[in-house]
Write a protein that binds this ligand. Structure first.
Ligand code: HEC
Ligand code: HEC
Length: 287
C-alpha cells in the first residue's frame, strides 16, 4: 500500500473517531433538565405527587444535600445500609427500589438537585407530570382503548397504532406486530393507572420515545389505553379465541374456506338430529 495515501486516511479516521467520541461524551452529559426527563421523570414528579418514587418537590428541605447526592449516585448503598430514612422511603414506595442510574456521578446528581430546588419554588414545575384523568373506568373506555390500540380509531397526534408493533392476548390473531413486547400483562408490571399513564405520556425507552416524541398521546387516549390494558391483564385473554380464527380464515382463503366450515358445521347438526333416530353411532362416518 502506498504510504502517501494510507497516512491521510488514518488521519481522517482519527478525526472521525474523535468526533464520534465527542458526540458520545456530550450525549452522556446532558443538561439537568434533559437528564431528569430521560432518567427520573418516569418515576418522580416535582410537585405532581408520587409515582413509583416520591414527589421530589422540596426534597432538599427533607434531607441533607450530601445524603441526597449519595443516594442518587448509589441508591442501593443507602437502602442496604439500614439507614432509617432510606428504609422509610422504601416502605412508602411499597418496597420498590430506586435503580442505580447508569454513569451517575456526584456532579450530575448535584446539578439535578439544583434544578429540582429551582423547580420546587415555582407554582407549577414543568415536571409536575401528566395530570391524569381520575374517574371510574366505564366499559366504553375499554372499547375506546381497544380501538386506539388496533388503529380503528386514529391517535389524535398522528402516532402509529400500537398493533403495528405490539400484540395483546386475543388480538394477536389479528396480526399484531412483534417489534415491541406482548402487552397482555403490561398493567401488572406498571401496577396502576398513574404509573402506566405517566410512562405512556413520555416513554423513556428507545423505540417508544422515537415513535411518540412528536406524537404524544392525549390524556383521554392514555386513560382509554390504560383501561384496555387493565382489562386485558385481568382477563389474560388467550390467543385461541374462536372469533379471530374466523377472521384469519376470511383473510386467508376467503369465502370458500368459510363456506366449507359452515357446511361442515351444518352437516354435524343434521347428524346430531339423525343419530338418535337411526340408533347408530355416526361418529367417524366422514363423507
Ligand atoms: C424506576 C424508578 C425510579 C427512577 C428512574 C428514579 N428514581 Fe429516585 N426514587 C425511586 C424510589 C422508589 C425512591 C424511594 C426509595 C426507594 O424505595 O428506593 C426514590 C427516591 C429518590 C430520592 C429521595 C427522595 C426523598 O424523598 O428523600 C431522590 C432524591 C431521588 N429518588 C432522585 C432521583 C433522581 C434524581 C433520578 C434520576 C436521575 C431518580 N431518582 C430516578 C424510584 C426511582
Ligand atoms: C414503532 C413500533 C411501536 C409502536 C407503534 C408502539 N410501540 Fe410500544 N414498544 C415498542 C418497543 C420496541 C418497545 C420496547 C421498548 C423500546 O425499545 O422502546 C415498546 C414498549 C412498550 C411498553 C413497555 C412494555 C414493558 O413491558 O415495559 C408499553 C407500555 C408500550 N410499548 C405501549 C405502547 C402503546 C400503548 C402503543 C400505542 C399507542 C405503542 N406502544 C406503540 C414499539 C412500539
Amino acid at each position: 500500500m502506498p504510504s502517501g495515501r494510507s497516512f491521510p486516511s488514518t488521519v481522517r479516521r482519527c478525526i472521525a473517531l474523535t468526533a464520534l467520541l465527542a458526540a458520545v461524551a456530550s450525549a452522556q452529559t446532558p443538561g439537568p433538565r434533559q437528564d431528569f426527563r430521560q432518567n427520573c421523570a418516569s418515576c418522580h414528579t416535582i410537585g405532581g405527587g408520587a409515582l413509583a418514587g416520591p414527589d421530589l418537590k422540596n426534597v432538599s428541605q427533607r434531607q441533607k444535600r450530601e445524603w441526597l447526592v449519595g443516594f442518587i449516585v448509589d441508591p442501593n448503598k443507602a437502602l442496604d445500609s439500614g439507614d432509617p430514612y432510606a428504609l422509610q422511603l422504601l416502605r412508602d414506595a411499597r418496597g420498590q427500589r430506586m435503580p442505580a442510574i447508569p454513569r451517575m456521578t456526584e456532579a450530575r446528581a448535584a446539578a439535578l438537585l439544583d434544578m429540582i430546588e429551582e423547580e420546587s419554588k415555582l407554582a407549577k414545575s414543568e415536571f409536575v407530570g401528566l395530570q391524569l384523568i381520575v374517574r371510574p373506568v366505564l366499559p366504553q373506555d375499554i372499547a375506546d382503548g381497544a380501538a386506539l390500540f388496533r388503529g380503528d380509531k386514529p391517535l389524535q397526534k398522528g402516532g402509529t397504532a400500537c398493533l403495528s408493533c405490539h400484540t395483546v392476548g386475543g388480538l394477536a390473531a389479528l396480526g399484531g406486530g412483534v417489534l415491541g413486547p406482548d402487552l397482555t400483562r403490561v398493567f401488572e408490571r406498571y401496577k396502576d393507572f398513574r404509573t402506566l399513564g405517566q410512562w405512556l405520556s413520555a416513554p423513556p425507552t428507545a423505540q417508544m420515545s422515537a415513535a411518540f416524541k412528536d406524537h404524544a398521546l392525549e390524556p383521554e387516549e392514555i386513560f382509554a389505553l390504560a383501561a384496555f390494558f387493565e382489562d386485558a391483564a385481568r382477563h389474560r385473554r388467550e390467543d385461541d379465541s374462536p372469533a379471530p380464527m374466523i377472521l384469519i380464515l376470511l383473510g386467508l382463503g376467503g369465502a370458500g374456506v368459510l363456506l366449507a366450515l359452515f357446511e361442515c358445521l351444518w352437516k354435524n347438526r343434521f347428524r346430531a338430529v339423525r343419530a338418535p333416530l337411526a340408533q347408530a353411532p355416526l361418529i367417524g362416518d366422514e363423507s
